[in-house]
Design a protein around this ligand. Structure first.
Ligand code: GDP
Ligand code: MG
Length: 597
């Protein structure tokens, strides 16, 4: 295919501004899906995704569109919207020449609109501003255009006015993509350079590698090489998503599709890698991606210790599909063998945990997440800490440093007061306020990352009746008065419950924590003391009194169905419990640390 007639673009937007709806419209108008499928999709999205093992809904779709008598191939590369996935967004953007930046006609520019626009600007894409939902009974179109100009620095006259839901202005979107997004560069006879921008494990076909061809041509049967590992394979199949997988003979410069090589060894395919021809390799690999930095860590342990290998396998499979999380085997006195996993944020952590439980069928115990800390030791060494257990004696620490985030809040001006208060409570440093029109503002703060990730989003939503949005970037580490707080249950330190916190908060949070634990841990035959301590010093204590009577006693001699029920219940209860010393600690207790804020 002549590159002149190819366009590669993404749709970026703040969540709910209409990306998926517009993607569906583009598929519908181009005939890639029928009206019936359009409706079905909305209903069946998840089951279809599961059944086919591939997102039908515009993950990466090649669309044919005829404009002024000429047929074009438009490759739409979808991007996720949440702050945790900036990395994924920039990855998709690197495979495009243009981006549609959607802005809700009422809500206007929001925190993720800014973040996504900057990500697109950074990789030099042509950005087409699109004001969506113009059908709404109340819109703020003039102000929204002004925000597009002042906040994003884009030309408001270039903005398209559409309603993705009602299909208004969609033809203009096609026209703008064709006229304003530059065609890809690249020669079909040059040595092959294909960017691996995603990959997926399919239990029948093995590893599916998603590529965007930069230079050269890839064909079925060709011997290719993954440049990073230097491994070579035959191309068994190649194809495009239309939106279903459809095989084709070759992909040329600018085209986007998948390749199948029968790779089963998951370690072989890396997102950001370059695929080249094994016989005539390209001289250099493509710049690839900056590796994302995991800032949030938590321990994941199988509830049943015999599931350890199963968990390792599943982590490996998942990491192929999502290269932005990390895992390393670790052991805990309390929880046995498990993994220390690194995530981009809390949402990312939740998703990984859910996917593991669903896809791998392993019950997990997860420890409370913590951010990465940095220590300057008295011996001059600096040390990264991903796990509170690794914090040495206070005596050997010169400086305890925590990650700092630069946070952009976009909010109604009525939210300014509450956010200033919140930021002050969270040890924030005020940077600036900029007014966007008459009743909205962009406020910038520097805040400890730990204070941002846990519940800042919820707090912001409640302070602004849902209208505020935030986005953040980690800008570095700063010294703070931090301490490690340990938890002792019946005199034994439970390593998986240790946390790092600010000294000024330690007493209050320590007290809340032991109170919570008291609620989570049920009564035993004996008294259980729960203590929070810094070093050897106890800062809070609660006691769980002993059970008075033996609950099983009443079953002796009782009828057998009742006994069976009780046993079944106990088995159920055992899932997600861990015996520690003589004390059973439920999964929820390990997360109490989080809620003790
Ligand atoms: P995404 O999160 O950016 O993918 O947003 P969605 O496409 O899922 O849309 C979010 C919500 O906005 C859905 O309820 C859509 O039906 C609605 N929506 C999308 N486009 C329009 C539009 O043009 N007009 C109106 N009134 N609603 C829309
Ligand atoms: Mg969506």
């Amino acid at each position: 295919m002549d590159t002149q007639f190819i366009r590669n673009f993404s749709i970026v937007a703040h969540i709910d501004h209409g990306k998926s709806t517009l993607a569906d419209q583009l598929l519908l108008k181009s005939g890639a899906i029928t009206q019936r499928e359009f409706k079905e999709q909305i209903l069946d999205d998840l089951s279809i995704e599961r059944d086919r093992g591939i997102t039908v809904k515009a993950r990466t779709v090649a669309i044919n569109y005829t404009f002024e008598g000429q047929e074009y191939e438009l490759n739409l590369i979808d991007t996720p919207g949440h702050v945790d996935f900036h990395y994924e967004v920039s990855r998709s953007l690197a495979a495009c020449e243009g981006a549609l930046l959607l802005v809700d006609a009422f809500q206007g520019v929001q925190a993720q609109t800014v973040a996504n626009a900057y990500a697109a600007i950074e990789v030099d894409l042509s950005i087409i501003p699109v004001v969506n939902k113009i059908d709404l009974p109340v819109t703020r179109i003039d102000e929204v255009l002004e925000e597009i100009e002042t906040v994003l620095g884009l030309e408001p006259d270039d903005a398209l006015m559409i309603s993705a839901r009602d299909g208004i202005g969609v033809d203009e979107v096609f026209e703008a993509i064709i006229n304003r997004v530059p065609p890809p560069q690249g020669k079909s006879d040059a040595p092959l350079q294909a960017l691996v921008f995603d990959s997926k494990y399919d239990s029948f076909r093995g590893v599916m590698t998603y590529v965007r061809i930069m230079e050269g041509t890839i064909e079925k049967g060709q011997r290719i090489k993954f440049m990073r590992e230097g491994t070579t394979y035959d191309v068994l199949d190649i194809g495009q998503f239309r939106p279903e997988m459809r095989v084709c003979d070759r992909l040329g410069p600018g085209q986007v599709g998948y390749i199948l090589t029968g790779i089963k060894d998951l370690g072989q395919v890396h997102v950001g890698d370059t695929v080249t021809d094994a016989r005539q390799p390209a001289e250099k690999s493509l710049p690839g991606y900056q590796l994302p930095q995991q800032m949030v860590f938590a321990g994941l342990y199988p509830t049943d210790s015999s599931d350890f290998e199963k968990l390792r396998d599943s982590l490996q499979k998942l990491s192929l599909n999502d290269s932005s999380f990390s895992y390393m085997a670790e052991t805990s006195d309390a929880l046995g063998f498990g993994f220390r996993c690194g995530f981009l944020g809390l949402l990312h952590m939740e998703i990984i945990q859910q996917r593991l439980e669903r896809e791998a069928d392993v019950d997990l115990i997860q420890t409370a997440p913590n951010v990465t800390y940095e220590l300057l030791l008295r011996n001059g060494e600096t040390k990264k800490i991903d796990n509170p257990q690794e914090v040495p004696d206070a005596g050997s620490i010169q400086e305890f440093r925590e990650p700092i985030a630069r946070v952009n809040f976009i909010l109604p001006t009525t939210g300014i007061g509450p956010i200033m208060q919140l930021a002050a409570d969270r040890r924030g440093t005020y940077i600036s306020t900029e007014y966007l029109g008459t009743n909205r503002a962009l406020m910038i703060y520097e805040l400890p990352l730990a204070e941002v990730i846990y519940d800042m989003h919820d707090k912001l939503k409640s302070a602004t009746r849902g209208y505020g949005t935030l986005d953040y970037d980690v800008i570095g580490f700063r010294a703070a008065d931090l301490v490690k707080v340990d938890v002792l249950v019946k005199g034994n330190r439970v390593d998986a419950l240790s946390t790092i916190m600010h000294r000024a908060d330690a007493e209050r949070r320590g007290r809340n924590l032991v109170k919570r634990l008291k609620k989570e841990i049920s009564k035993h035959q004996f008294e259980i003391a729960i203590q929070a301590a810094i070093g050897g010093k106890v800062i809070a204590r609660e006691t769980i009194s002993a059970l008075r009577k033996n609950v099983t006693a009443k079953c002796y001699g009782g009828d057998i169905t009742r006994k069976r029920k009780l046993w079944a219940k106990q088995r159920e209860g055992k899932k997600r419990m861990r015996q520690f010393g003589q004390v059973e600690i439920p999964q929820k207790a390990f997360l109490s640390v989080l809620e003790a804020g």
